[in-house]
Design a protein around this ligand. Structure first.
Ligand code: ATP
Ligand code: MG
Ligand code: MG
Length: 552
């Protein structure tokens, strides 16, 4: 694989390999909760966990952390599997569900009770919170804390049997209500939820909490390095407490890293769900969203996202990554791979007066100027063409090398043309058509006399062009950190994040371009065929604009 910088996690593992701490094994996992679609933050975690397995010849599990039946759905499970594969990773036969361990987790809970390390508490959720204290104030013991193991075992079994309603009781670890670490103040291990689970149905009416489930699942799967984001740093002592007190087959090492924050967007399932359910965007795959579904539909490639994750690296310090870096990675990838084709977004008609009426010629265009292996196609040229409205100025600015009255420009690979007349709508004064002449001696877009023609324009033949819809995107938020500062994150939504151009024109070679295919529209950017395309009308998303357009 590619040379990967030794980030602090790789350094830890290098050392483990030297000392033989795990017997030379590296086993990681990616543990999504199936309660939403994956986003670019998850991509960082996927690239890290699966990347470590790849680089150290180890293994990486895909495990669904499905302990909260109220919020989880099969739809999300399927989408997550699909997204991980799309990113280019494979868990082979190592697909697991935390719910597979409900039986074992229950047995381990009884073990903790028998050891006097867990108790059934009748306090309500609010009371538990009040008793827990704060960072500056120690917690207080629950009045139920001193129940005997026998009493606790009886109550816990009855919880499981469904004798009590939701919220009536919980099982708590008996650790230390005065611990400076609030997480260790007798955390809840189990709660009652009479809710059907998407995999276990109605087998259970008590469900284990994340902190209890996660470490046990890691241990049962033989995980060596359990990598999570920084906000779980305070939970690490609990992770270790649970495993130290149970007869589990191993004790993985939890390591925290800084999660990805990306400018001008939000990476939080909770916030993304709001945007979708409130109709701010069209769905989970809206091309403006940072979901993997969204960026994929927008035209992002797995290669670009993996490259991005490698470049941002892994650290312990939170920071904000510039969206421009992600765009740069995409341009680099597509510059190599996307075919160059022509489309006109805002058409302006051009009539070549000295070109024979009814005549058409085919002009050979390479698909990539630097990669002949990508082949070529014939582009029809005729007397009537369309060029980009922006490429004409009636009163040209300084250094305007594009079309203007009397000016000569090159039509890409075709001819030099000179504008001889500007036709306007008499009512509005709007320019509706340009009359030009071409120099037949410049066929191919060059001349023997070497005269200087600096502007090169893209174009389509009026008789052959096909209609297309083009969707241009801008950042979804106007603030670099929409979640930072006062107020709701939605206050900084960008009202102009989507511009739809309904009457664009594309060259005929694009008639049957498949959905998901990336192309470069010369001078306009990289575009991807959208799933809304019909046989009569292709729809394109602009994935990213070109940084530099050639020969303006
Ligand atoms: P969200 O905050 O969006 O709800 P989450 O962390 O709750 O995300 P999970 O499904 O639990 O979502 O995440 C699975 C894994 O992905 C976890 O290990 C988590 O640390 C990691 N992850 C989630 N968001 C990011 C991020 N922004 N950067 C890096 N890793 C992330
Ligand atoms: Mg989570
Ligand atoms: Mg979360």
């Amino acid at each position: 694989g590619p040379a990967v910088a030794r980030d602090f996690i790789r350094q830890i593992i290098d050392e483990d390999m030297k000392t033989g701490k795990w017997g030379g094994r590296v086993h990681t996992r990616f543990p999504p909760e199936p309660n939403g679609y994956l986003h670019l933050g998850h991509a960082k975690s996927i690239c890290l966990n699966f990347g470590l397995a790849r680089d150290f010849a180890g293994q990486c599990n895909l495990r669904f952390d499905d302990t909260n039946p109220a919020k989880e759905e099969v739809e999300y499970v399927d989408a997550i599997e699909d997204d991980v594969r799309w990113l280019g990773f494979d868990w082979d036969d190592r697909l697991f569900y935390a719910s597979d361990y409900f039986g074992k987790l229950y047995g381990f809970a009884e073990t903790l009770i028998e050891k006097g390390l867990a108790y059934v508490d009748d306090l309500s959720q609010e009371e538990i919170r009040a008793y827990r204290g704060t960072l500056t104030e120690p917690g207080r013991d629950s009045p139920y804390r001193d129940r005997t193991p026998a009493e606790n075992l009886d109550l816990f079994r009855r919880m499981r049997a469904g004798e009590f309603p939701d919220g009536a009781k919980v099982l708590r670890a008996k650790i230390d209500m005065k611990s400076p670490n609030v997480v260790l103040r007798d955390p809840v291990l189990y709660r009652i939820k009479h809710v059907t689970h998407h995999r276990t149905g109605d087998t259970w009416c008590i469900y284990p909490m994340y902190d209890y489930t996660h470490c046990v699942s890691d241990a049962l799967e033989g995980v060596t390095h359990s990598i999570c984001s920084l906000e779980f740093e305070n939970n690490r002592p609990l992770y270790d407490w649970v495993l130290n007190n149970l007869p589990v087959p191993g004790h993985p090492q939890q390591i925290e890293f800084a999660r990805l924050n990306l400018s001008y967007t939000v990476l939080s399932k909770r916030k993304l769900i709001q945007l979708v359910t409130e109709g701010v965007v069209s769905g989970w795959d809206d091309p403006r969203l940072p979901t993997l579904r969204g960026v994929r539909r927008r035209g992002y490639t797995p290669e670009a996202i993996r490259d991005f994750c490698e470049r941002i690296g892994i650290s312990k310090a939170e920071n904000m990554v510039d969206m421009a870096l992600l765009e740069h990675c995409l341009r680099e990838d597509l510059n190599r791979r996307a075919k160059r084709v022509m489309a006109v977004l805002r058409p302006l008609k051009v009539v070549i007066e000295n070109y024979p009426e009814g005549q058409t010629e085919a002009i050979e265009f390479p698909y990539h100027p630097e990669d002949p292996a990508m082949g070529s196609r014939q582009v029809p040229f005729g007397r009537e063409l369309y060029i980009e409205r922006d490429d004409f100025m009636e009163t040209p600015a300084k250094k305007w090398f594009r079309l203007a009255p009397g000016a000569e420009v090159r039509l890409r690979y075709a001819y030099y043309v000179t504008c001889t007349e500007v036709i306007k709508d008499p009512a509005t004064g709007e320019v509706v058509e340009l009359r030009c002449t071409h120099d037949p001696a410049t066929k191919g877009g060059w001349s023997e006399d070497g005269r200087k023609v600096r502007g090169t324009l893209h174009w389509v033949s009026a008789a052959h062009a096909l209609p297309a819809e083009v969707r241009l995107y801008d950042r979804l938020f106007t603030r670099e950190n929409p979640s930072g500062g006062k107020g709701d994150f939605k206050e900084s939504l960008n009202p102009d994040s989507l511009e739809v151009i309904e009457n664009a024109l594309i060259e005929p070679a694009l008639a049957s371009l498949p959905v998901g295919e990336n192309v470069q529209f010369e001078r306009l950017g990289y575009f991807c065929v959208d799933k809304d395309s019909t046989p009569d009308k292709r729809v394109f998303n602009r994935a990213v604009a070109l940084k530099d357009s050639w020969a303006r």
